[in-house]
Design a protein around this ligand. Structure first.
Ligand code: NAD
Ligand code: MG
Length: 394
């Protein structure tokens, strides 16, 4: 963007961790942007404050019960107000050049698809979209000449490292993982882990769902699937390396033996800025990495015994068809059950594994099938949760 022609932008999931980091960048140079729409699920107060501070034209709340509160908080302003799932989709359809897709979970699929279908630049944080409907989403991106800009720090790093090189030169992608808060915990200790322990991530401050995914390492599993769709690389050429400092955000290994990486402080404003300014680079106040102040960078292979979610995600990607849709839906239900203290930490991967096994062989070819398998997997996961809850730490 340039100041003579501000970039029009929409932020889906504006009250979340990614949404707020995006708005912080916008606030650093407000003359470069014009905010079309901002959305949230429930917190009307926060959404109203966000909409006022960035002078959005439209504020949409997903949960219709929160509509009166939002309307009241924005009374007397020129900000339009709407509510409900269809209104979220309409927010994405409004003519913004650039859309941040930062809703959490498969709930973000329809709004993200709506932005893609009008050929927008879509900054994609919502990785569950790609896991749940990767082939479909990529097909729509190509058909409508939309531009997908990867926000997830690992994929943003790979995208930067890939710049200018032909795909046939790539040997493999190396995703770095922090290992989460339980990197050194025994299985016995993990069985008793509480939601508070699971969401206190050592390096990043993020929403609750992705924080739990980080603790189970399902997050890295979802990211393998995300990388497969974004970069067209097969599962076996996507490696995961645990790197506890979260400084090297991922790497590309080329056939000549070169490894290219992107480094930086663990601050999501950096990858978001790369998508927000793209194809230009923005000046930001994000901290620059002080190499000499860092005592060392460590790398180690992941432990698949303690982190079975990684294995399940690879299995789902190899199986293809509806397996990734099912993996994602079952994981969303299991994470919610863990956060509600209905099942233990190890019950998350156990639930996902059982649902994946029971629904093996399912195929998806269109959005209706994706939605149907997503719903079926959620029902089955709820049933599995009911069988393992109350069995003590599982
Ligand atoms: P968050 O929980 O902090 O925020 C989620 C946002 O989505 C909120 O604005 C919330 O109101 C909205 N939302 C929640 N449920 C919704 C629903 N059913 N319908 C519509 N809107 C809904 O989450 P976050 O940490 O900002 O993560 C957002 C997405 O970005 C996730 O897919 C996550 O995996 C991805 N991501 C996040 C980070 C990070 O650092 N936080 C890094 C990489 C990727
Ligand atoms: Mg990531």
């Amino acid at each position: 963007p340039s100041s003579d022609r501000p970039r029009s932008i929409t932020i889906l999931g504006a009250t979340g961790s990614i949404g707020r980091s995006t708005l912080a960048l916008v606030a650093e140079a407000p003359e470069l942007y014009r905010v079309e729409a901002v959305t949230a699920w429930q917190r009307a107060d926060e959404l109203a404050a966000v909409a006022r501070s960035c002078s959005a034209k439209l504020a949409v709340i997903g949960d219709e019960r929160c509509y009166p509160a939002l309307k009241e908080r924005l009374a007397g302003t020129r900000i339009e107000v709407a509510a409900g799932m269809d209104a979220l989709v309409e927010a994405a359809e409004r003519p913004a050049e650039w859309v941040m897709a930062a809703i959490v979970g498969a709930a973000g699929l329809r709004p993200t698809l709506a932005a893609v279908r009008r050929g927008a630049m879509v900054a994609l944080a919502n990785k569950e979209c790609l896991v749940c409907a990767g082939a479909l989403l990529m097909r729509e991106v190509a058909r409508h000449e939309a531009v997908l800009l990867p926000v997830d720090s690992e994929h943003n790093a790979i995208w930067q490292a890939l710049a200018g090189s032909e795909r046939s030169a790539v040997r493999r992608l190396i995703l770095t993982a922090s290992g989460g808060p339980f990197r050194r915990w025994s299985l016995e200790a993990m069985a008793k882990a509480t939601p508070e322990q699971a969401v206190s991530h050592p390096n990043w401050s993020m929403g609750a769902k992705i924080s739990v995914d980080s603790a189970t390492m399902m997050n890295k599993g979802l990211e393998i699937i995300e990388a497969h769709h974004l970069f067209g690389v097969p599962e076996e050429a996507i490696e995961v390396v645990v790197h506890p400092q979260s400084i090297v955000h991922s790497l590309v290994s080329f056939k000549d033996g070169s490894l290219l990486a992107q480094l930086g402080e663990p601050d999501m404003r950096i990858p978001i800025a790369y998508t927000l300014g793209w194809p230009a680079r923005l000046a930001t106040t994000a901290p620059e990495l002080d190499l000499c102040a860092r005592s060392g960078l460590d790398f180690e292979p992941p432990d698949l015994e303690r982190f079975p979610a990684l294995r399940l995600a690879r299995l789902a990607l190899r199986q293809g068809g509806a397996a990734p849709t099912i993996l994602n839906a079952a994981n969303e239900v299991a994470v919610a059950a863990f956060l509600a203290r209905r099942i233990g930490f190890l019950g998350i991967a156990r639930t996902v594994g059982q649902v994946l096994e029971r629904l093996a062989g399912a195929v998806v070819d269109d959005l209706d099938a994706v939605v149907a398998y997503d719903a079926e997997a959620r029902r089955m996961a709820a049933a599995v949760v009911a069988t393992i809850e109350g069995c003590g730490p599982s």
